[in-house]
Design a protein around this ligand. Structure first.
Ligand SMILES: Cc1cc2nc3c(=O)[nH]c(=O)nc-3n(C[C@H](O)[C@H](O)[C@H](O)COP(=O)(O)O)c2cc1C
Length: 335
């Protein structure tokens, strides 16, 4: 059965690209879309930043036609600011608005935003209601199981947010206290799915990093779709590999070396296009190693790539990588 959010038809069991700060920008989203992501989100955007028209926050509103369906994710601690930010973000023309109630990092959660709202469900409900009323777009929410082991209040959160009009909920199977440690536990996510009161799509998130895990957890936890974050960094093929495994029970061959170089080059080109040469070159540095994980003796190339400032030289290094490793059989990170 197709999963629907408002008028957006995501097909059966959609795979979503997770919002990731400093990662999920348009260049990264471009390669993930090519890799088969069914829906994507911007990285989270500060509501205060949007209201102040801070250039950094405004730039994060950039979305492109080929990215659809795409959601803009916002966060904040003040209800009025979130309402205003929703109006501003809606004008950027996304397909939906998403609220972040999951971010655990100190300078977000300790300022009353992100996962901090898990400690004040009444305020979370009011904030969400304000966002829902401020836009004609569907509103979705991304959150965690709860604040800590003693307050896993996701069931109350799911019911109350559904009641005030959110149209899908993504749950990361960790508490705020866990940060990114330990294994994600999807047991409570299954409970939410089994709750007969819950009608909206429930997406599971946390630790999906292989086609087998995706298939096993799909079966075990009965979610409507999955959101994938870290496993897509440097490996946008995760989406098509998971889908292929769902359809056939067999592994799609991993990307060839040429495909790796090509995806990295595309990411680089898009970075320069969108960020300009200086920032584009600089911010691409954090991605190179991820595209070439598992290649023997890659370190010298990495060292060159993360130092080089000249765009043509970077292209030349990528060509050299292509030549040097041409005879290496494809390495499938996900296998
Ligand atoms: C570098 C990084 C940045 C992140 N930034 C965001 C963010 O902006 N908004 C958000 O909702 N979650 C953010 N997250 C959390 C991810 O969306 C996701 O919930 C988490 O990584 C677990 O999924 P995974 O195991 O598939 O990576 C971030 C995670 C990482 C690793």
């Amino acid at each position: 059965m197709s999963v629907k959010i408002g008028n957006i038809d995501l097909g059966e069991f959609p795979l979503l690209l997770a919002p990731m700060e400093d990662v999920s920008d348009p260049p990264f989203r471009y390669v993930c879309k090519q890799g088969g992501a069914d829906m994507m989100y911007t990285e989270f955007i500060s509501s205060e930043g949007l209201i102040r028209s801070a250039a950094k926050s405004k730039a994060k509103l950039d979305i492109f036609e080929y990215e659809r369906p795409i959601g803009i994710q916002i966060f904040g601690s003040d209800i009025e600011s979130m309402r205003e930010a929703t109006e501003i973000a809606t004008l950027a023309g996304p397909d939906l608005m998403d609220i972040n109630y999951g971010c655990p990092v100190k300078n977000v959660a300790c300022r009353g935003a992100g996962s901090a709202l898990l400690q004040d469900i009444d305020k979370m409900v009011k904030m969400t209601e304000a966002v829902v009323k401020a836009t004609h777009l569907p509103v979705t929410v991304k959150t965690r199981l709860g604040w800590d082991d003693n307050t896993k209040n996701i069931e109350e959160v799911a019911e109350r947010l559904q009641d005030i009009g959110i149209q899908a909920l993504t749950i990361h199977g960790r508490t705020r206290a866990q940060l990114y440690k330990g294994e994600a536990d999807w047991t409570l996510i299954r409970e939410i799915k089994r709750n007969p009161r819950i009608k909206i799509p429930i997406f599971g998130n946390g630790d999906i990093d292989s086609p087998e895990k995706a298939a096993n957890w799909r079966l075990e936890y009965g979610v409507d779709g999955m959101m994938i974050g870290r496993a897509a960094i440097g490996y946008p093929w995760i989406f098509r590999e998971v889908k292929h495994f769902f359809q056939t029970g067999e592994h799609l061959a991993g990307p060839t070396l040429d495909e790796r170089v090509e995806a990295c080059r595309t990411h680089f080109i898009k970075s320069i296009e969108w960020k300009g040469p200086k920032v584009g070159v600089f911010e691409m540095r954090r991605h190179y190693a991820n595209y070439f994980k598992g290649l023997p003796d890659f370190k010298p190339y990495r060292t060159q790539l993360v130092k080089e400032e000249n765009i043509d030289t970077i292209y030349a290094i990528l060509d050299e990588i292509s030549d040097k490793y041409a005879n290496i059989s494809p390495i499938n990170e996900m296998a």
